[in-house]
Design a protein around this ligand. Structure first.
Ligand code: NIG
Ligand code: FE
Length: 408
């Protein structure tokens, strides 16, 4: 039974938009008065509503004056945590640095203590609340990292929470193991800690089917390049997909991300021409995290330069209790766009199929035959209104796997 959804004033399909490099808005495929024919949660055809109406067995009418685009994909979040870091934020507003707070046992360590002390039920309810808020904002696929456990039992607890949460939310949650976030205080030696994770945690993740993705924070204050590289190589040999927190304050991480064939290198606020070139030549997606720049009051990822050099650029929230507490993807992407001088086409691509690429997903991020019916519509009559309103106009309708999400 096929169903036609529409008519929409504009359908922004992103159907054949390239995976890498610069894009101008003239490259956006915009179907006026468009419709989407679907069956079993998949897109069958996209085209003029009037033409498709003949083929449909059923029609789901939407009000006019809406712009439809693919559901947003947030390929970098840390949604499972206990407690709050309002204290850190207040310290940072008065001039204290993120790294100094960490060095003094606050920052990530503070969230680790609170997360270890929180019950799985409490963590799960926090995750569900945040994932549902994200879905209401149009985010239909959400990557979620562990990383506030830092030992086998607590990292497993967090990844089990993500697995349990997955069954209770309509957005897709894609788990990633970030046990190598920082070295916990009970380990004096960073290399020994990573060896412990490699032997005691990573094989269990595979046996339990908790995740096929591994992340690490590469930074002198977390894990320096050389020892990070051998841990990630071991993870790769075990069959994990890799992603790296790279070049946030110091360079080095993006280079090993490319060398190891990581799906993405995320942050990149400190990347210079050299790192930009390396990323641009690679198949690794560069992920800008404007929420972390806003949360830390620091420079943005050089998104314009990365695109000009030919890189694939995704934009994500980094939603976490410390550096990125806001978690509003559209607001952050709009702000990045105006500072970095990005086209709407570059921003929409970074929020959809380029973010899907960072997650190794090829079934979403475009409105095109064969793709999942993950779509969002905005109550505007021109796509330019979406970014112009800087994220304050939220989606009015959201479809996940072909079903309309209620309460939007
Ligand atoms: O992506 N930079 C490292 N990790 C996270 C922040 C985690 C935290 O501050 O709690 C990030 O910014
Ligand atoms: Fe992060």
């Amino acid at each position: 039974m096929s169903k036609l959804i529409g008519p929409f004033r504009e359908v922004i399909t992103l159907a054949n938009t390239p995976e890498k490099g610069t894009l101008s808005d003239s490259e956006l495929e915009i179907i006026q008065n468009g419709g989407v024919l679907i069956e079993d949660g998949k897109i069958l055809k996209v085209g003029a509503f009037g033409d498709l109406a003949m083929e449909a067995s059923e029609i789901e009418e939407v009000g006019d004056d809406q712009v439809l685009m693919p559901g947003l994909i947030d390929c970098h979040t840390h949604l499972v945590w206990g407690g709050t870091r309002a204290r850190d934020y207040t310290l940072r507003m008065s001039g204290e640095s993120y790294e100094k707070i960490l060095e003094q046992g606050g920052g990530i360590f503070d969230s680790v203590e609170k997360t270890r002390n929180a019950s799985a039920d409490l963590l799960k309810s926090g995750l569900i609340k945040r994932a549902n808020r994200h879905l209401q904002d149009g985010v239909t696929t959400i990557e979620v990292k562990s990383g506030y456990g830092l030992d086998v039992a607590n990292e497993l607890k967090i990844l089990e929470v993500i697995k349990a949460g997955k069954a209770e939310v309509e957005a897709d949650l894609i788990p990633t193991c970030l046990a190598a976030h920082v070295c916990p205080t009970e380990f004096q030696d960073k290399k020994l800690f990573l060896e412990y994770l490699e032997k005691e945690l990573l094989p269990k993740l595979l046996v339990k089917g908790l995740t096929n993705r591994v992340d690490i924070f590469v930074e002198p204050s977390a894990f320096p390049v050389e020892i990070a590289k051998s841990y990630m190589l071991a993870a790769k040999k075990l069959g994990f997909d890799l992603t790296i927190h790279a070049d946030q304050f110091n360079t080095g991480g993006s280079q090993i991300a490319v060398e190891l064939g990581a799906r993405s290198a995320d942050h990149l606020e400190a990347s210079t021409e050299k790192e930009i070139e390396i990323l641009a030549k690679s198949d690794t997606v560069a992920v800008a995290l404007p929420g972390a720049s806003i949360g830390l009051g620091m420079q943005f990822t050089p998104a314009r330069k990365l695109l000009n050099a030919g890189a694939s650029l995704a934009i994500s929230t980094d939603w976490n209790p410390g550096s990125g507490p806001m978690g509003d993807l559209l607001v952050q992407a709009s702000i990045l766009g105006i500072y970095e001088k990005l086209s709407s086409a570059e921003i929409f691509s970074g929020l959809t199929f380029r973010a899907a690429k960072a997650l190794g997903l090829h079934d979403r991020g475009r409105i095109k035959a064969g793709m999942k019916v993950d779509m969002i519509s905005f109550p505007v009559d021109d796509y330019r209104e979406i970014l112009y309103n800087q994220g304050k106009i939220k989606p009015i309708m959201i479809w996940k796997n072909g079903n309309r999400i209620e309460n939007v």
